[in-house]
Design a protein. Structure first.
Length: 164
């Protein structure tokens, strides 16, 4: 990997981490536990279409690990890792069929997959299907927040064409 590419990926990782930390300080938009904007996912969607799956995975894993260190929670690591990896896998598959004008779709499906990954960890930790009742709420919030993050990434990809 050349230095220029590595520097760009490090910058994206720093931006994603800053967004993650800032978002943690913002009061939840709705009083439902676990529902948040997912601002760091803007970087994930952008990186997937700008740099590809391999580089995006590096950015994602670095952000998840460092974000969990800053949050000080081992459970946050497992929830973020499961959600992030499922989101990444969905986006990597969608990258092959979507155009840059359809990043909003990638944002929505990525957010929904993130919620599914987190629900899988929740089911494993609590060993109860009762928590699955909460899944429709998470998926609906994933649609709304994913649309926002996907549209933002789509705007950035177009705006930063050739710059980053």
């Amino acid at each position: 990997m050349d230095v220029k590419r590595l520097t760009k990926l490090a910058l994206l990782t720093a931006v994603a981490l800053i967004l993650f930390v800032v978002e943690a300080q913002i009061p939840a938009p709705v009083p439902i536990p676990g529902v948040k904007l997912g601002l760091a996912n803007i970087v994930t969607v952008y990186a997937m279409f700008r740099f590809g799956p391999r580089d995006t995975l590096l950015v994602l894993l670095t952000r998840v690990v460092l974000g969990s260190v800053f949050a000080g929670s081992v459970m946050a690591l497992w929830f973020s890792l499961a959600g992030g990896l499922l989101c990444w896998a969905a986006m990597a598959a969608l990258r092959k069929i979507l155009t840059e004008q359809q990043l909003w779709v990638c944002g929505i499906l990525g957010a929904m997959c993130h919620n599914l990954g987190q629900m899988a960890v929740c089911l494993a930790v609590y060993r109860s299907w009762a928590v699955a009742v909460y899944l429709p709420v998470l998926l609906l919030s994933g649609i709304v927040t994913g649309l926002f993050t996907g549209l933002t990434a789509q705007f950035l990809l177009k705006r930063l064409q050739g710059r980053l």
